[in-house]
Write a protein that binds this ligand. Sequence first.
Ligand SMILES: N[C@@H](Cc1ccccc1)C(=O)O
Length: 474
Amino acid sequence: MDLTINEKRVLASLAEMKSADAAALAEKLSAPTDAVVQWAHLCADRGLAALEKNVAETVVLTEEGKKYAAEGLPERQVLASMQGPTPMGELTKHPLSKIAIGWLRKKNWITIDKGIVTANENVPEGEDEAALRNPIAGTAGCKELVKRGLAEVTETVSWNISLTPAGAEVAAAGLDLREEVGTLSREQILSGEWKSLPLRRYSVDKLPKRIYGGRVHPNQQILDEIRALLFEMGFTEFHGSIVQNAFWNFDSLYQPQDHPAREMQDTFHLAEEIDLPDGWEKIRDIHMTGGDTGSTGWGGEWSPEIARKCVLRTHSTSLSIQHLAKNPNPPVKAFSISRVYRRETIDPTHLPEFEQLEGIVMDKDLTFGHLLGFFKEFFGRMGFESVRFRPGYFPYTEPSVEPEVWVDGLGWVELGGAGVFRKEVTEPWGIDCPVLAWGLGVSRVSMLRMGLKDLRQLYRSDIDWIRASPVRRV
Ligand SMILES: N[C@@H](Cc1ccccc1)C(=O)O
């Protein structure tokens, strides 16, 4: 029989003690009682020991109960305070009257006649009062106290453990009580000593404790995946400052200075200003008259002061146009994953700070069809099978679309905007071939990939969620 060392120790001690209380056995074995009970149960499973469970109830008075044990129950105290027949109005002035009067009536300790309360004669100690003096579990008095919240019953479990005849036999045959060996030394192996050592058995069906190594945050994992995918598709990456002047965030993108997106409630405006780049006059002219692009422009005034004022970038298209201004010659195929900032009321699907995936492709002979084709390919590789396009509007693109992907259970989900940059946007920088451009909400993609209902989860330091959250294909 493959007894563990602990089972053997239990049997050996029982052989001496015959039968023992678990606590006594625990003391003899210098082990916690719980552990000893567990080992005894293992012996019992093999038919070598028998356990008898005893549940003892003990009654403990609550704080309130202790107080009444010293001062008497409220009804007893109020009764004692009465000197002859008392008007009810008078009696209710006693601080304990609220509790006491009900009990006085129920116990029939008083008689009330026309508002006058008279104490009855012969009011002996009740079972509850006796229990208050001497609480004995199980008595009617104690039950009453428990009901009134004056006492609590706790259960203590004790075990009596004894050897069965089979156990006695095993013990009598002799038990090897040497410590089991968990690791073998080189010497023990070479000398052959290992053959006679009591080796600890491995339990192969026990699960080990889970160890959590470090991991990349699931949201970052998705961002990394998107970057890798775009590099694979031949894109380069661009970066830029979070703080932009209105010129790059709005004006260079042919967004009129009175455009609602530029209002206080939509944008974080800063006190700083940044000077306009060389060639800014062209942008002014385009806004006012169309310059020499053939456009009519927006008309009206255009203020360089307004254009200098800084904002937290509201979209990464502000970086795209700067990348193009620096690289006006084809081909350009570049992307950026950047945080952008908008004044949003925080809710499960809106945050004032979120990531955008911005992309531009510039080359001779590119068409709108290439843009749609790119999305089919890109989203397909991201795990979204169906993509469709809804007409959209942006001041800087024509035509414009809003790509949507199909998500089972949600339907069509809008992911951002895209289009072909207008000549009002490209011509000032000497760009003369088509530029496909898009900006997508990456957090949306993350939510869909992780099956999240609340965007905020992505930014919470919720270690359990981070450990458990799978990043899956949609
Ligand atoms: N900037 C747009 C997205 C977009 C980018 C480029 C072209 C067209 C649309 C947005 O933030 O929603």
